[in-house]
Design a protein around this ligand. Structure first.
Ligand SMILES: [Zn+2]
Length: 448
């Protein structure tokens, strides 16, 4: 049930200035190259981007906190807007300032040009996630400038290092500066709130309620070192590659979590498309562009990505290692490891780094506000929960007990392959979508 919301206050100034700022700020943020290769020595731009954001906030009267998270130049900015009801938990609105690398020779426009043309803002970060950073920043400015007090505290956080796991960003702040997020009970950020057009122009907005866990696993086999010319029956390379091959071709079972089940049910309600439990992957494939993303949330995956062994052609090494990128569904860790025991056997050592999955329910007052704010701007649409197969800074904030959602609203053209734009060539965001998202978020932030 969607609760009855109070009507918009008639004397609240409209959002046209904030909408223009969201477009301008997206472009200006893209022009600050914040490429994060994962190697701290190649770091550029994060400090400049954080200082730019801090200046935009200070200009309208915010007190900002600038924190370098664990290393020089890893700039983060946090600011708080006081709400009218101190008894309510704060809402965290977070976004990362870094982007993945882009090779300019592959692009139609320069990836750090922030060009506004053909109805789009172009450049690396346009959808991941300088769009949401710009909308949040524009609305932080709008609320302050127009003297609008939200009901609850809103904490705006602009963060470093998401693209390399947040160890010099969200994760560092959660471990070292948790007081910056004091009182926060819920959070919104990227990779949710965008539309897909499912049937006859009916749009579904996908609100992220869950993320698969990231588990990067190192496998290690040990054997006896020896000369490559001899008979040798204890070869680490052979043992390791057999195990990697078994794992790489293994299919984990389909397990529907609540988020995925509700998503499929919602799509079914709109389209009449039945999802055959015996051929779920076949059914999901009919969803078009979004199938890649949804398909990856039906089961755990384990993709071998790196191999390392040996140093000379005629020396059998005593150790061989492989890295496997495992993505594990909420609630599946123990079962996943039991399957690994069987697939890998007792002789292969395992080491893990990563972050656990998360899943929250698609209900409650915040979800009602997310849904109604979208429907106010796009009547006839439907909001559905979904699970992200990748990871975001939400994984870090969930460790503080914060309930995390992906809610960066964008109304997208039906034929735009949105998921391909993430880390893709010619990343771009429709100007109309930014304006739409700013209106939706404005309504949401004022009322939630
Ligand atoms: Zn991102």
């Amino acid at each position: 049930m969607t609760e009855q919301l109070p009507p918009t206050t008639p004397d609240v100034p409209d959002t046209s200035l904030a909408e223009e700022e969201a477009v301008r700020l997206t472009s200006e943020l893209i022009r600050i190259d914040t490429t994060n290769t994962g190697d701290p020595d190649t770091l550029v731009g994060e400090r400049a981007a954080a200082e730019f954001v801090a200046a935009q906030l200070a200009e309208v009267g915010y007190e900002t906190t600038y924190v370098e998270s664990g290393a020089p130049g890893r700039g983060n900015v946090v600011a708080r807007l006081a709400g009218s009801d101190p008894n309510r938990g704060a809402l965290l609105v977070h976004g990362h300032l870094d982007v993945v690398p882009a090779d300019a020779s592959e692009w139609s426009v320069h990836p750090f040009s922030g060009a506004v043309q053909d109805g789009y803002v172009w450049g690396r970060g346009a959808v991941d996630m300088k769009d949401m950073v710009a909308m949040s920043l524009a609305l932080a400015r709008r609320l302050k400038r127009d003297g609008i007090q939200p009901k609850r505290d809103i904490i705006f956080a602009f963060l470093a290092d998401e693209e390399a796991g947040g160890h010099f960003g969200a994760q560092w702040l959660v471990e070292n500066r948790p007081e910056l997020f004091e009182g926060a009970t819920e959070a919104i950020s990227e990779v949710g709130g965008f539309s897909i057009t499912v049937k006859d122009g009916v749009r579904a907005y996908l609100i992220e309620t869950a993320e698969k866990g990231i588990a990067w696993m190192t496998l290690r086999a040990r054997g006896r070192a020896g000369h490559g010319s001899m008979i040798h029956d204890d070869n680490a390379v052979t043992k390791l590659t057999q195990a990697v091959s078994r794992l790489g071709t293994h299919r984990f079972p389909i397990v529907l979590t609540d988020s995925v089940r509700e998503f499929l049910q919602g799509i079914s309600d709109i389209t009449g498309l039945a999802f055959d439990e015996d051929d779920l992957e076949g059914s999901v494939a009919k969803l078009g562009n979004i199938a890649r993303m949804i398909g990856a949330t039906l089961r755990d995956t384990a993709n071998p990505t790196m191999l390392k062994a040996g140093y000379k052609s005629n020396v059998i090494p005593s150790i061989a290692e492989a890295t496997v990128d495992c993505r594990i569904l909420p609630g599946r860790q123990a079962a996943f490891e039991r399957e690994l025991d069987e697939i890998l056997g007792p002789d292969i050592e395992r080491e893990w780094v990563g972050l656990p999955p998360l899943e929250t329910t698609f209900d409650g007052a915040l979800v009602d506000h997310m849904t109604s704010s979208i429907l106010a701007e796009d009547p006839g649409a439907k909001a559905l929960p979904y699970m992200l197969s990748g990871g975001t800074d939400a994984k870090s904030f969930a460790q503080l007990g914060i309930r995390c959602f992906g809610y960066a609203p964008l109304r997208l053209p039906a034929d735009l392959d949105f998921s391909a734009l993430f880390h893709g060539v010619d990343e771009r965001v429709p100007v109309d979508a930014l304006r739409f998202g700013t209106r939706v978020l404005d309504r949401f932030l004022r009322n939630c």
